[in-house]
Every structure is written in C-alpha cells, then in structure tokens.
Design a protein around this ligand. Structure first.
Ligand code: GTQ
Ligand code: FE2
Length: 330
C-alpha cells in the first residue's frame, strides 16, 4: 500500500501491525492524512467517435439475436483505472442500444433510473408502465426507477438509441433491484423495496422537434448559447431524481463556457460539429459522438462553422439533492 508511511522498522511493523491485521483492524495513523485526499484525482475526458462505432453495428446485429439476449447494448466502458466495474463516468452508464424491425426487448424493471435519447431510425417504441412512447431522432424518453419498460420496433430499418442510467450510483450504494416480467407499477410481485416511483409520469417523452424549436427561437432572439432544461413540470425539478438533462445550442462563432463543478457529465452530439476544450484536452466532435466532462474541469464548447446542438446528461441532481454540489465561478 503506497498510502502507508513506512515510519516503523520491520520488527515493529510485524509486532504491531500483524496482530491488528489478524483482528481486522487497521491503524489510521499509518496513512497520510488518515487516507483523506485534498481533492479528487483529475480524470481525463473520454471520447467515443461515432465514425469508429458505426461500422461495427451491422455485424453486431448479425451476431446477437434478440431471442438470446435481454438487450442488444454496447456499454461505453471508461478505461480509467479508477473504475473497477463497467462505468462510463462516475455515476452514469451509457449504452448504444440497437433494435431491428419486428424485434422486441422484453419487459423488466429495476431500481436504477434511465433515460434514452434516440439516434437513428423510425418505428422504435419504448413502453413505460404500459404507455408506449415513439422514439424519433433526438427524442428523450424517461424510465424512472422501478417502472416496467420494454422496447419494440414496428418500422422498416434498424433503430439505435443511447441509454443513460444511474447504475454506477445505485451499484455503489448496493441498491440495485431487478425483476424481469410484465408487471406494471410499483405493486406486483418482486423484492419489497422502499420508496420507488409511483408509476405516474408527468412527461414520459420530450420530442426533439419541440426542444429544437425552443433552442432555435432563443438563438433567433439573441441568446448566443441557448439551453433547454428537461424538467418535470409537476415538481419543477430534474425529471429524474439522479440525472439531469439539458440541450444546448451553439451558434457560429460563439463559445459556451461551462464552469468547473463537482458534477460529472456526458455529452451527445445531435447536430453539427465542433470542439470542446477541457483542460489540456480538445475533443473534436461530430454528429452522434459521445464524450465525458469529468468533475472539476471547466469546459468551453464551440461549433465548427455552422450551429450545433448537444444534449448533456449529468449526475448534478445527486450532488445537489444531497448538498454535495460544488461549483467554481467562471
Ligand atoms: O433498455 O432496459 O443500456 O435495463 C442497460 C440496462 C438498457 C434497458 C441498458 C437496461 C436497459
Ligand atoms: Fe432496463
């Protein structure tokens, strides 16, 4: 353990530490600052380019029949050593989900929350507690904790969407419950869990047309960096208790500055191309790319030439609701 101060000679180490170890005790004084660190270790941004991923999709469709798997998903696995289990960033996992015409993904429910953003194809549907939502490019569909959800596809070409789940957060709290099958709502059989979503959804789907139009209207009215927050109109707060979602528009020649905060974010490029500078890293993004903005790093977005639109999903509500959120002024 590099954290240990080797201030003791070997004999003292053995005589003092070994009996403690046998009793599952560890001397805190042996660790620098009692094992506490002044700040989280910086994490490098990670970029998944659609141009690298897209050529693999048809092969995966051929290799992975839907009668063999629960979901046909490629999870974005951050190679950073700090993540022992598959993680996109700290509290969020993202997956690329693919469904072919006529295929279905069976109903199930789980304690982690999910939201989906449609990328490609028409005719894809997600049902949430029995209500079906169509998925068109850019649409955001919510699947709150413990709602039963299934996917179907009645269109003519492959559909692809991105899943965003708070699975790593639930995993770290060891609060994952999962149940396959078709029961709806919070009743029914299964694990007896505490407060779960009651099955009502004020808004289950945010159509991109409406969001995009609002951003365009704000841009036309002079807002150089317009944003749309995906808010539950009843509670007036982020639609999911752990994840927030916002769409941002970038106008030609304008920079959008993001102040450093303790929140972690994933960006998905819906329209346009551009660059995001995060510390020493410049992420040059294009349509359908995904990239992370890890905590404690300011960022600057700009589009290349034309305008661009991105959707950002972050764990900010987790931190805010627990009083953990810290933000640095510009
Ligand atoms: O579509 O229900 O990417 O349960 C990961 C877990 C998607 C889903 C994921 C899931 C789903
Ligand atoms: Fe699911």
């Amino acid at each position: 353990m590099t954290d240990f101060i080797l201030g003791y000679n070997f004999h003292k180490m053995k005589s003092v530490l070994q009996p403690l170890q046998m009793l599952d005790l560890e001397p805190l004084w042996e660790r620098t600052a009692g094992g506490l660190k002044p700040a989280p270790a910086p994490e490098a941004p990670k970029h998944w380019r659609w141009q690298d991923i897209e050529p693999l999709i048809d092969g995966i469709i051929d290799d992975v029949p839907m009668d063999q798997v629960e979901r046909r998903v490629l999870t974005l696995k951050n190679p950073d050593q700090r993540y022992a289990l598959t993680t996109t960033i700290r509290n969020i996992n993202c997956g690329i989900q693919i469904l072919m015409p006529g295929e279905t993904a069976p109903p199930h429910r789980h304690s982690p929350n999910a939201l989906r953003i449609s990328l490609e194809g028409e005719g894809g549907m997600t049902s949430v507690n029995g209500t079906s939502y169509e998925m068109r490019r850019g649409d955001v569909i919510l699947t709150p904790s413990w709602t039963t959800h299934a996917h179907a596809h009645q269109g003519a070409e492959r559909v692809i969407w991105i899943d965003f789940l708070d699975v790593p957060f639930y995993r770290n709290l060891d609060q994952i419950f999962f149940e396959t099958g078709g029961s709806h709502g919070a009743g029914g059989k299964g694990p007896r869990v505490g407060k779960m979503h009651d099955g009502t959804l004020p808004v289950g789907r945010f159509p991109w047309d409406a969001v995009s139009a609002q951003i365009a209207a704000a841009a036309a009215a002079g807002d150089a960096t317009p944003a749309f927050e995906y808010i539950d109109p009843v509670i007036g707060d982020s639609a999911l208790s752990t994840l927030d979602c916002r769409a941002i528009g970038l106008s030609p020649g304008e920079k959008a500055v993001v102040a450093a905060s303790s929140a972690n974010a994933v960006y998905l490029v819906i329209e346009g191309a551009g660059e995001t500078v995060i510390g020493d890293t410049t992420v040059s993004w294009m349509r359908n790319d995904l990239f992370t903005l890890p905590q404690w790093q300011a960022a600057e977005h700009r589009s290349d030439g034309g305008s661009a639109k991105l959707i950002c999903v972050s764990d900010r509500p987790v931190l805010r609701r627990l009083g953990l959120l810290q933000e640095l002024e510009g």
